[in-house]
Design a protein around this ligand. Structure first.
Ligand code: NAP
Ligand code: HSE
Length: 434
């Protein structure tokens, strides 16, 4: 048993600063549980002279990762740099040196999870990544450990704080650009906010959750991904009128019973009924539903981005790693992807849809569009028609559940009709059970 466990912190940005704050304040619970102190010995940054708003001795800053990776007195490496270049290299090297690693990096875990986990396994080292999904919400550990007695059928939710913040603000009438700037200032967005806006961040997170839930490797690139950039203020207005909120939804479902068995995994904007619990998740909050055959439905809710919520999850992992070091038991109960479920093509997935079309405002137009839908087994549940300032008819169709491939073929034909100006947007509608 050691009196002190030394930590090497890679990165001192939004998350790193939070980790410093939480580990540097006195915490009797941690000290008593571990029987030792946790001490940040070195911190890797690009620019040691940068003003960071935290009081940290300059002697701790380093600019060469090897000073941490080659330091035998450092037992735990915390990676909060982001990206997959230096982060991937440093995580692999730390594990190879027998150090425990804690990371908040979803991009790394969703693209190179197999590589780093196998390295951890080989070296008998711990690799924890709770903060990579849902920031302050415990979700990795519950899926890995608490729900291990369940067969998980579905994981679904809002897992990107930045886009949820932007959509909430747009719902309140704020413009997209101003909302994005505010999310960036609050430390929610990725270094390149396009990762949030285009759904890449959420795709990485749902890939991680699906891999653990179904014990089958899912990588970020296998997730059907659509971001929020096509969602307009008009879509949000129509959603309200029809009783829905627009959210960036991540879904992972295992169908293990039918001919088309496999994992349906996707990220896209979705209309959620206003009385559904997900519709009430606003700002940078996240919520994740998990459906298990024993537990039924569970909902995990909390702050999905930001310095201290994320740092809290990192610190919890550091304590787990330190506890294992104290007991000489690192490397227990990892994630094992012993299944190899195929990924279901999006064309086979069934959903309901909101479709906004601009067409000529004259007799017979709706009938022509409706005929194409009918020819493709697309059944319409609701229609709203309004006139635009340009004298066109703006028509909103809400469909019943339809196979996506059929809908896309119908829309290709509709877009080519002489009477149709443009298919403006198509958004899936999540209805029924949570
Ligand atoms: P950030 O604010 O951009 O901070 C990154 C830090 O890494 C900075 O301190 C930077 O140094 C350092 N760094 C980057 N490249 C480096 C290099 N080549 N050499 C040395 N230092 C380097 O990022 P963040 O928001 O804290 O996110 C960090 C990780 O946590 C990412 O994987 C992110 O996806 C994940 N995460 C973030 C949140 C959140 O709410 N922000 C939540 C959950 C997970 P300088 O300060 O000198 O530039
Ligand atoms: N950029 C991420 C988000 C940070 O907005 O959710 C948390 O992972």
């Amino acid at each position: 048993m050691s009196d002190v466990i030394n930590i090497g912190l890679l990165g001192l940005g939004t998350v790193g600063r939070g980790v410093w704050q939480l580990l540097e304040r006195p915490n009797d619970v941690i000290t008593n549980r571990l029987g030792c102190r946790l001490k940040i010995k070195k911190i890797l940054v690009r620019d040691p002279a940068k003003e960071r708003g935290v009081d940290i001795p300059a002697s701790l800053f380093i600019t060469d990762a090897r000073e941490i990776l080659d330091d035998d007195d450092i037992q735990i490496v915390v990676e909060v740099i982001g990206g997959t270049l230096l982060a991937r290299q440093a995580v692999n090297q730390a594990l190879a040196a027998g150090k425990s690693v804690v990371t908040a990096n979803k991009e790394l875990m969703a693209n190179f999870g197999q590589e780093v986990m196998e390295e951890a396994e080989r070296r008998g080292a711990d690799l924890f990544f709770e903060a990579s999904v849902g920031a302050g919400i415990p979700i990795i550990q519950p899926l890995k450990v608490s729900l291990v007695g369940n067969r998980i059928q579905r994981v679904m939710g809002i897992i990107n704080g930045t886009t949820n913040f932007i959509l909430s603000k747009m719902d309140d009438g704020q413009g997209y650009e101003a909302a994005l700037a505010e999310a960036q200032a609050l430390g929610y967005a990725e270094r390149d906010p396009a990762d949030d806006i285009e759904g890449k961040d959420a795709a990485a997170k749902i890939a991680i959750l699906a891999s653990i839930a179904f014990n089958s490797r899912v990588t970020a690139g296998q997730v059907h991904t659509e971001g929020i950039s096509a969602v307009s203020a008009k879509d949000i207005m129509y959603a309200r009128e029809l009783g829905y909120a627009v959210k960036l939804l991540a879904v992972a479902k295992l169908d293990d019973g039918s001919k088309s068995s496999g994992i349906d995994v996707r990220v896209h904007p979705a209309m959620i009924p206003l009385d559904h619990p997900l519709a009430a998740v606003t700002e940078a909050y996240n919520a994740i539903f998990v459906e298990g055959d024993a537990a039924g439905e569970l909902m995990f809710f909390g702050q999905g981005a930001g310095s201290l919520p994320t740092a809290g999850a990192v610190v919890a992992d550091v304590v787990l790693a330190a506890d294992n070091i104290q007991r000489s038991t690192a490397g227990r109960l990892g994630c094992t992807c012993f299944n190899s479920w195929p990924i279901r093509p999006i064309d086979e997935v069934e959903s309901s849809f909101y479709i906004l079309i601009e067409a000529m405002d004259r007799p017979g137009v709706l009938a022509q569009i409706a005929k194409v839908f009918g020819d493709h087994q697309v059944s319409i549940g609701n229609v709203i028609q309004k006139q635009t300032e340009q004298g066109l008819a703006e028509v909103v169709f809400m469909t019943h559940r339809v196979v996506e491939g059929n809908l896309r073929s119908a829309l290709d034909q509709i877009a080519a009709l002489d009477v149709v100006d443009k298919v403006r947007n198509v958004i899936r509608v999540e209805v029924g059970q949570t």
